[in-house]
Design a protein. Structure first.
Length: 218
Protein backbone atom coordinates (compact mmCIF):
# COMPACT_ATOMS: atom_id res chain seq x y z
CA UNK A 1 0.00 0.00 0.00
CA UNK A 2 1.29 3.45 -0.95
CA UNK A 3 2.28 5.81 1.85
CA UNK A 4 -0.24 8.47 0.90
CA UNK A 5 -3.18 10.12 2.62
CA UNK A 6 -6.12 11.28 0.51
CA UNK A 7 -8.16 14.19 1.86
CA UNK A 8 -11.19 15.62 0.04
CA UNK A 9 -13.12 18.61 1.35
CA UNK A 10 -15.99 20.73 0.03
CA UNK A 11 -15.62 24.31 -1.13
CA UNK A 12 -17.39 26.93 1.02
CA UNK A 13 -19.72 29.77 0.09
CA UNK A 14 -17.53 32.26 2.01
CA UNK A 15 -14.56 33.35 -0.08
CA UNK A 16 -11.68 35.78 0.03
CA UNK A 17 -12.76 39.30 -0.85
CA UNK A 18 -10.60 40.07 -3.88
CA UNK A 19 -11.43 41.64 -7.26
CA UNK A 20 -13.28 39.22 -9.52
CA UNK A 21 -10.55 39.34 -12.15
CA UNK A 22 -7.87 38.52 -9.58
CA UNK A 23 -6.75 34.91 -9.14
CA UNK A 24 -5.55 33.06 -6.06
CA UNK A 25 -4.95 29.44 -5.19
CA UNK A 26 -7.92 27.21 -4.44
CA UNK A 27 -6.79 26.55 -0.88
CA UNK A 28 -6.43 30.30 -0.23
CA UNK A 29 -9.80 31.32 -1.72
CA UNK A 30 -12.22 29.78 0.76
CA UNK A 31 -12.85 31.46 4.12
CA UNK A 32 -15.69 29.35 5.52
CA UNK A 33 -14.98 27.87 8.95
CA UNK A 34 -14.82 24.27 7.69
CA UNK A 35 -12.00 25.21 5.32
CA UNK A 36 -10.25 27.56 7.75
CA UNK A 37 -10.13 24.91 10.48
CA UNK A 38 -9.04 22.19 8.08
CA UNK A 39 -6.21 24.32 6.68
CA UNK A 40 -4.71 24.63 10.17
CA UNK A 41 -4.27 20.88 10.16
CA UNK A 42 -3.04 20.81 6.55
CA UNK A 43 -0.36 23.40 7.32
CA UNK A 44 0.70 21.60 10.50
CA UNK A 45 0.97 18.28 8.66
CA UNK A 46 2.98 19.82 5.83
CA UNK A 47 5.27 21.59 8.29
CA UNK A 48 5.93 18.26 10.02
CA UNK A 49 7.11 16.76 6.71
CA UNK A 50 3.97 14.66 6.10
CA UNK A 51 5.23 11.86 8.37
CA UNK A 52 2.31 9.42 8.00
CA UNK A 53 2.31 9.63 4.20
CA UNK A 54 2.27 12.16 1.38
CA UNK A 55 -0.87 14.30 1.58
CA UNK A 56 -3.06 14.25 -1.52
CA UNK A 57 -5.40 17.12 -0.66
CA UNK A 58 -8.27 17.94 -3.03
CA UNK A 59 -11.10 20.49 -2.91
CA UNK A 60 -14.44 19.70 -4.53
CA UNK A 61 -15.93 22.80 -6.13
CA UNK A 62 -19.43 23.07 -7.58
CA UNK A 63 -18.04 25.24 -10.38
CA UNK A 64 -14.60 23.76 -11.06
CA UNK A 65 -14.99 20.13 -10.00
CA UNK A 66 -12.19 18.32 -8.17
CA UNK A 67 -9.23 20.68 -7.73
CA UNK A 68 -5.66 20.44 -6.55
CA UNK A 69 -5.04 22.98 -3.75
CA UNK A 70 -2.61 25.16 -5.69
CA UNK A 71 -4.86 25.55 -8.73
CA UNK A 72 -5.23 29.23 -9.69
CA UNK A 73 -8.90 30.32 -9.68
CA UNK A 74 -10.95 33.50 -9.44
CA UNK A 75 -13.78 34.27 -7.02
CA UNK A 76 -17.16 32.80 -8.04
CA UNK A 77 -20.64 32.28 -6.70
CA UNK A 78 -21.94 28.77 -7.31
CA UNK A 79 -22.82 25.90 -4.98
CA UNK A 80 -24.49 22.51 -5.05
CA UNK A 81 -26.32 23.40 -1.83
CA UNK A 82 -30.04 23.80 -2.40
CA UNK A 83 -30.01 22.34 -5.91
CA UNK A 84 -32.29 19.40 -6.85
CA UNK A 85 -30.61 16.00 -6.95
CA UNK A 86 -31.13 15.76 -10.71
CA UNK A 87 -29.36 19.10 -11.26
CA UNK A 88 -26.46 18.07 -9.03
CA UNK A 89 -26.03 14.84 -10.96
CA UNK A 90 -26.12 16.65 -14.32
CA UNK A 91 -23.65 19.34 -13.29
CA UNK A 92 -21.38 16.77 -11.65
CA UNK A 93 -21.23 14.77 -14.87
CA UNK A 94 -20.48 17.93 -16.86
CA UNK A 95 -17.54 18.64 -14.56
CA UNK A 96 -16.37 14.99 -14.59
CA UNK A 97 -16.67 14.77 -10.80
CA UNK A 98 -17.71 11.08 -10.46
CA UNK A 99 -14.88 9.96 -12.77
CA UNK A 100 -12.29 12.16 -11.07
CA UNK A 101 -13.31 11.02 -7.57
CA UNK A 102 -13.30 7.42 -8.74
CA UNK A 103 -9.80 7.80 -10.16
CA UNK A 104 -8.56 9.49 -6.97
CA UNK A 105 -9.92 6.76 -4.70
CA UNK A 106 -8.77 3.90 -6.91
CA UNK A 107 -5.06 4.66 -6.54
CA UNK A 108 -3.33 2.97 -3.55
CA UNK A 109 -3.27 4.97 -0.32
CA UNK A 110 -2.81 4.49 3.40
CA UNK A 111 -6.03 6.29 4.34
CA UNK A 112 -8.64 8.51 2.69
CA UNK A 113 -10.86 10.98 4.53
CA UNK A 114 -13.93 12.57 2.91
CA UNK A 115 -15.13 15.83 4.48
CA UNK A 116 -17.98 16.54 2.07
CA UNK A 117 -21.32 18.24 2.60
CA UNK A 118 -24.30 16.12 1.56
CA UNK A 119 -24.84 17.67 -1.91
CA UNK A 120 -21.14 17.24 -2.70
CA UNK A 121 -21.25 13.59 -1.66
CA UNK A 122 -24.20 13.19 -4.01
CA UNK A 123 -22.14 14.77 -6.79
CA UNK A 124 -19.47 12.08 -6.30
CA UNK A 125 -22.04 9.43 -7.26
CA UNK A 126 -20.33 6.62 -5.36
CA UNK A 127 -21.61 3.19 -6.39
CA UNK A 128 -21.10 -0.39 -5.16
CA UNK A 129 -18.64 -0.75 -8.05
CA UNK A 130 -16.44 2.14 -6.86
CA UNK A 131 -12.99 0.68 -6.34
CA UNK A 132 -10.95 1.80 -3.34
CA UNK A 133 -7.17 1.84 -3.02
CA UNK A 134 -7.31 1.67 0.78
CA UNK A 135 -9.58 2.32 3.78
CA UNK A 136 -11.89 5.35 3.49
CA UNK A 137 -13.59 7.33 6.27
CA UNK A 138 -16.51 9.51 5.20
CA UNK A 139 -17.80 12.01 7.77
CA UNK A 140 -21.39 12.82 6.84
CA UNK A 141 -24.92 13.39 8.08
CA UNK A 142 -27.15 10.44 9.02
CA UNK A 143 -29.26 11.09 5.90
CA UNK A 144 -26.21 10.99 3.62
CA UNK A 145 -24.95 7.81 5.30
CA UNK A 146 -28.18 6.05 4.33
CA UNK A 147 -27.70 7.02 0.68
CA UNK A 148 -24.07 5.93 0.42
CA UNK A 149 -23.93 2.38 -0.96
CA UNK A 150 -22.10 -0.43 0.79
CA UNK A 151 -18.55 -0.36 -0.56
CA UNK A 152 -15.89 -2.66 0.92
CA UNK A 153 -13.35 -0.50 2.71
CA UNK A 154 -15.58 2.59 3.07
CA UNK A 155 -16.75 3.53 6.55
CA UNK A 156 -19.26 6.28 7.29
CA UNK A 157 -19.14 8.22 10.57
CA UNK A 158 -22.29 10.24 11.11
CA UNK A 159 -22.24 13.74 12.54
CA UNK A 160 -25.17 15.55 14.13
CA UNK A 161 -25.76 18.21 16.77
CA UNK A 162 -24.72 15.64 19.37
CA UNK A 163 -21.22 15.47 17.90
CA UNK A 164 -21.14 19.25 17.46
CA UNK A 165 -21.74 19.65 21.19
CA UNK A 166 -19.24 16.90 21.96
CA UNK A 167 -16.49 18.71 20.07
CA UNK A 168 -17.63 22.26 20.99
CA UNK A 169 -17.88 23.18 17.33
CA UNK A 170 -20.68 24.34 15.04
CA UNK A 171 -22.14 21.59 12.90
CA UNK A 172 -21.27 23.40 9.64
CA UNK A 173 -17.58 23.62 10.52
CA UNK A 174 -17.34 20.28 12.37
CA UNK A 175 -15.93 18.28 9.45
CA UNK A 176 -13.11 20.79 9.09
CA UNK A 177 -12.35 20.63 12.80
CA UNK A 178 -12.20 16.83 12.76
CA UNK A 179 -9.97 16.91 9.70
CA UNK A 180 -7.69 19.36 11.49
CA UNK A 181 -7.46 17.10 14.52
CA UNK A 182 -6.64 14.05 12.40
CA UNK A 183 -3.79 15.80 10.60
CA UNK A 184 -2.47 17.54 13.70
CA UNK A 185 -2.36 14.26 15.61
CA UNK A 186 -0.69 12.39 12.74
CA UNK A 187 1.88 15.19 12.48
CA UNK A 188 3.22 14.13 15.88
CA UNK A 189 2.16 10.47 16.02
CA UNK A 190 2.26 9.13 12.44
CA UNK A 191 2.09 5.47 13.44
CA UNK A 192 -1.42 5.99 14.79
CA UNK A 193 -2.67 5.99 11.21
CA UNK A 194 -2.64 2.19 11.45
CA UNK A 195 -5.22 2.36 14.26
CA UNK A 196 -7.21 5.07 12.51
CA UNK A 197 -7.56 2.93 9.39
CA UNK A 198 -9.07 0.02 11.36
CA UNK A 199 -12.71 -0.69 10.60
CA UNK A 200 -13.67 -1.03 14.29
CA UNK A 201 -11.54 1.83 15.61
CA UNK A 202 -13.46 4.48 17.59
CA UNK A 203 -12.38 7.50 15.57
CA UNK A 204 -14.42 10.08 17.45
CA UNK A 205 -13.10 8.94 20.83
CA UNK A 206 -9.55 9.09 19.43
CA UNK A 207 -10.14 12.63 18.16
CA UNK A 208 -11.61 13.70 21.48
CA UNK A 209 -8.61 12.28 23.33
CA UNK A 210 -6.22 13.95 20.89
CA UNK A 211 -7.79 17.32 21.66
CA UNK A 212 -7.43 16.75 25.41
CA UNK A 213 -3.72 16.10 24.87
CA UNK A 214 -3.44 19.29 22.80
CA UNK A 215 -4.97 21.33 25.59
CA UNK A 216 -2.77 19.71 28.21
CA UNK A 217 0.36 20.43 26.18
CA UNK A 218 -0.70 24.06 25.71
Amino acid sequence: MSREIVLVSSCTSSKLQIPKRTSTTAEALYTGQQHVRLMRGVRAYRAAGEPAGELRFRILSALHGLMIPDRSIRPYDHSFTGLPASTIRREAQEKNIPADIGSLLRRPFELAVLLLADPYLRACDLTPQTGLGGPVIAFCSPAAAVRIPRIPGLRTITLSNTEARRFSCGLISLKGELGRRILSRLSEHPREIEDLAGSQFDVLHWLEYARQLELTAA
